[in-house]
Design a protein. Structure first.
Length: 73
């Protein structure tokens, strides 16, 4: 539920490809109201363009800064 909320966040930021990914995964950085935090959600696009979730964790450092700056928080 937390990851779905973060991805649906109107202020969600996409980083494609995510700077730390060796497989060029897409990062979606967004706020989860239920979790009460900004999450970084990693996913990859298959050959048909569909997204597949890989993992997620609380955003810190650079990812949190990017989210805060883009949303002027």
């Amino acid at each position: 539920m937390w990851t779905a909320e973060a991805v649906a966040d109107e202020g969600m930021v996409e980083v494609d490809p995510y700077w730390a990914s060796r497989i060029k995964a897409l990062a979606m950085i967004g706020y989860s109201p239920t979790g009460g935090m900004v999450l970084l959600v990693l996913a990859y696009r298959d050959l048909h363009g569909r997204l597949h979730g890989l993992t997620a964790w609380p955003a810190t450092g650079r990812a949190l800064r990017v989210y805060m700056e883009r949303n002027q928080l």
